[in-house]
Design a protein around this ligand. Structure first.
Ligand SMILES: Nc1nc2c(ncn2[C@@H]2O[C@H](COP(=O)(O)OP(=O)(O)OP(=O)(O)O)[C@@H](O)[C@H]2O)c(=O)[nH]1
Ligand SMILES: [Mg+2]
Ligand SMILES: [Zn+2]
Length: 218
């Protein structure tokens, strides 16, 4: 007799993710999942986004970190509603955590919530958290081979931000290699070269994001 195998955590996670999606659609709120290695620039790019889009959208942030409130404090200083999610060691965010956190926000006053996932190129990509879109960051100093080494992250994302593009002259980063590999595994991927330092590429990325958010919330 065949033995039935149930992948409990992932299946349960999918159910909760679907529930979040439906709850947020009713409230007309867009959820965006930002992922990338530790230090890739997730908090920096959320800051850039807030500085460029807060006149158009009411933005909230969920800051995922193993410990501490450093990134949440930065968001608070920018004046946006923020909740710090400490995973106490866990290396990714699951949908259940997002479902528990959402009541902390006044969803009637928000248009979009950014989730800064745990700094990690591996398992965050395995867990849907009710998001409408994913953004994966790969910063130039990390190396041009990361798409090949961590394919799921780049296969499941809507957009890839090649961040810290101002560093390109200091690293042997073959951008054509990274871009080709990303497009091979994810033909629909949108790719942006961005620097939070020089603001290179920021406007193009912001325009894309604005269109994506407007597509969802009208
Ligand atoms: N040169 C340069 N540095 C950047 C850029 N974006 C971020 N940084 C720097 O990179 C470092 C890490 O940035 P963060 O935004 O904290 O990265 P993170 O992904 O949020 O990091 P964790 O939350 O720890 O995973 C900081 O010192 C930033 O100032 C960029 O576009 N260019
Ligand atoms: Mg951060
Ligand atoms: Zn994990």
């Amino acid at each position: 007799m065949e033995i039935k195998v149930v992948h409990q955590i992932l299946e349960w996670n999918e159910d909760v993710s679907d529930k979040i999606k439906s709850d947020l659609t009713k409230k007309n709120v867009c959820l965006i999942n930002l992922m990338g290695s530790p230090g890739a620039g997730k908090t920096s790019i959320i800051t850039t986004i807030i500085n460029n889009l807060s006149d158009k959208f009411n933005i909230g942030v969920i800051e995922g970190d193993i410990a501490g409130q450093i990134d949440a404090q930065k968001m608070k200083d920018l004046g946006v509603p923020v909740v710090q999610l400490n995973t106490d060691g866990a290396c990714h965010i699951e949908a259940m955590s997002i479902d528990n956190i959402l009541p902390e926000f006044d969803l009637d006053t928000l248009d979009v919530i950014f989730v800064e996932n745990i700094g990690n190129l591996v398992c965050p990509a395995e867990f849907n958290i009710g998001e409408d879109m994913r953004i994966a960051l790969l910063s130039i100093p990390e190396g041009d081979d990361k798409v090949e080494k961590y394919p799921l992250m780049f296969q499941t994302t809507d957009a890839l931000v090649l961040n810290k593009y101002d560093m390109i002259e200091y690293f042997d980063f073959d951008e054509q290699r990274a871009i080709k590999n990303a497009k091979d595994i994810n033909p629909k991927i949108s790719i942006f070269k961005v620097s939070n330092k020089t603001t290179e590429g920021v406007l193009e990325f912001i325009k894309y994001l604005e269109n994506k958010i407007t597509e969802k919330i009208g």
